[in-house]
Design a protein around this ligand. Structure first.
Ligand code: SF4
Length: 350
């Protein structure tokens, strides 16, 4: 194929691919380093993972979802064997894909509350959780075509990507799929204005969309009301980890149910998306610097004797304004998360 044909088909140049591979390997090595610390120096590992990487992730998803999807270390795990040509490249039906998305959301709601009883204080347990996720990602990548099995299927972060990345305008190439084999009916990377309610072809889609848009903001609020504990003492304690997140889910679901009679769906989805990510930083920023509701929980560095308490109030006010501007008020760009690579069948024909 001539270089003109390559350009016409919107394919990445070898030089671009090389730079993306370097970035992917670099971020993957950062992930491996964090995993090492989680087992061998859990205090540092917990800070690196729960108090630096995870707090940065929601903002990164809002402003640069395409970048995150290109370099996410779990995506690299999942797609490594596909790049080597070792995947079975099976295609999921729409129903199977919608079930995977719902399972991902349920996994998110089940695992995240366990942070307060296990993962936030236990480096090796977090490391084992990440290893289990990595094995699941590899298995899905070995079995299903491109991102359909993990990145846009079973990954528990993917529903959050669809909620927070709905007004993206950083339009990058897709640095994983060499060519598009139409592995998904509605590819989240290549569809403009994708959000959790974009696809409503069956009840799994509808339930997933409702849970992420309506229930997720309340889940975040409830999660921050629960204090950390070293280990789960008994069954009532286990239940208490879920109680307030689930109460929050019920409240915002009801609110969403009522408000959707008065607002158009796109606007309401954007408002709930901005509310969810703002709520996260509303609690997370003070906690990182020692001003949290439960001092010491989720703290990166104690600044209580160095800066006034109002400085974190100012920070959360600014982040809230930023997210509402970015997600709700800024003109919808209609950009995709990433450029669709050339279709595999057209490449073959060319
Ligand atoms: S770009 Fe094409 S091949 Fe890649 S995940 Fe989307 S639909 Fe699948």
């Amino acid at each position: 194929m001539s270089s003109t044909q390559t350009r016409q088909l919107n394919r990445l140049s070898n030089r671009s691919i090389l730079w993306w591979r370097i970035a992917q390997v670099g971020v993957w090595l950062v992930g491996l380093t964090i995993l090492f610390f989680l087992f061998y120096d859990p205090e540092i590992g917990i800070h690196l993972f729960w108090n630096i990487l995870i707090p940065v992730a929601p903002a990164l998803i809002v402003v640069a979802i395409g970048l995150w999807r290109n370099v996410c270390p779990m995506a690299t795990n999942s797609l490594f064997f596909r790049h080597l040509g070792l995947s079975k490249k099976k295609k999921l039906t729409m129903r199977q894909s919608s079930i995977l998305n719902l399972v991902a959301i349920i996994a998110l709601f089940v695992v995240v509350p366990l942070r307060h009883g296990i993962f936030d204080m236990n480096g090796p347990a977090t490391g084992i959780l990440l290893l289990l996720l990595a094995f699941a990602a590899i298995f899905m990548g070995l079995t299903y075509e491109w991102k359909s099995g993990w990145c846009s299927g079973l990954c528990p972060v993917h529903p959050v990507e669809k909620l927070y990345g709905l007004n993206s305008n950083l339009y990058l190439p897709n640095a994983h799929c060499d060519s598009c084999s139409r592995c998904m009916v509605l590819c989240p990377d290549a569809t403009p204005k994708v959000n959790p309610l974009s696809l409503k072809k069956n009840n799994f889609h509808k339930l997933s969309g409702f849970l992420m848009v309506g229930a997720f903001p309340g889940f975040i609020w409830g999660w921050f009301q629960v204090p950390d504990a070293t280990g789960i003492q008994d069954f009532p304690h286990l239940l208490s980890l879920y109680e307030l997140p689930f109460v929050g889910m019920a409240v915002t679901s009801l609110l969403y149910f009522i408000l959707r009679r008065f607002f158009n769906e796109k606007l309401l989805t954007a408002i709930f998306s901005a509310s969810a990510v703002s709520c996260y930083y509303w609690y997370r920023i003070p906690a990182l610097f020692g001003f949290g509701m439960y001092p010491g929980d989720g703290m990166l560095v104690d600044l209580t004797s160095s800066i006034p308490a109002w400085s974190t109030d100012l920070a959360v006010a600014l982040t809230t304004l930023f997210f509402f501007y970015r997600i709700v008020f800024r003109k919808q760009t209609g950009a995709r998360w990433a450029k669709r690579p050339p279709y595999a069948d057209k490449l073959q024909a060319a």
